[in-house]
Design a protein around this ligand. Sequence first.
Ligand code: ADP
Ligand code: ADP
Length: 226
Amino acid sequence: TQALSIRGLRKTYDNGFEALKGIDLEVQQGDFFALLGPNGAGKSTTLGIVSTLVNKTAGSVLVFGHNLDTDSVAAKKSMGVVPQEFNFNQFEQVRDIVVTQAGYYGMSRGEANDSADHYLQALGLWDKRHTTARMLSGGMKRRLMIARALIHNPKLLILDEPTAGVDIELRRSMWEFLQRLNEAGTTIILTTHYLEEAESLCRNIAIIDRGEIRANTSKRELLSQL
Ligand code: ADP
Ligand code: ADP
């Protein structure tokens, strides 16, 4: 099964800038996939379109076979998204932020609480569950974003530059968490401009540059070409 299938994806922003020039991308179920590229390449635009935060200009996106244009509810249920910017309410408590998200997926109160507590523990945020979000460190806010994205146990987790600005120690522990999640069956797609991150975590890597896919291959093959 394909977790993600992108065909002919184009994005021209309102100012006329062509951020995506017709990209194709396939990610298999169970993969740990990196979209690697320099700043401005089109990584966030791609993930923004997949997560329905950005409108596409042309092309198609299927998430586990669900077309974003015609079947967006099913597509959204099957994925969790961690955008780059912190977009939770800074004045809410940590646990409430995670539990509230469950409402969008029609989970019962009990399911939501159990799932929230599970991920707060797994991500080392249990002691902070009653803390107001703005009091958290940057790394904790990043983990809060991940806990919230996982509340409905999505089959696909998408992260935009998950470790940008995160110190090396926390980066390692986030990598371990993501690796365990992938081993337990969750497909993971992340964007990064760190080759090292793609190299140590991911099985398959696509390189994007100026709105075009330059390479799409297994990690082993890619590294042998460098
Ligand atoms: P869409 O076509 O998806 O609706 P827009 O072109 O309307 O997106 O832009 C969304 C927002 O991003 C606007 O508020 C715009 O001002 C802002 N924006 C404009 N240029 C850039 C840029 N180079 N990088 C990031 N954001 C930008
Ligand atoms: P990346 O995530 O790889 O750094 P982005 O997808 O954020 O790249 O941006 C790709 C290109 O599109 C960049 O040149 C950026 O300035 C431009 N861009 C992003 N958002 C907007 C916008 N809202 N309006 C105009 N240009 C944008």
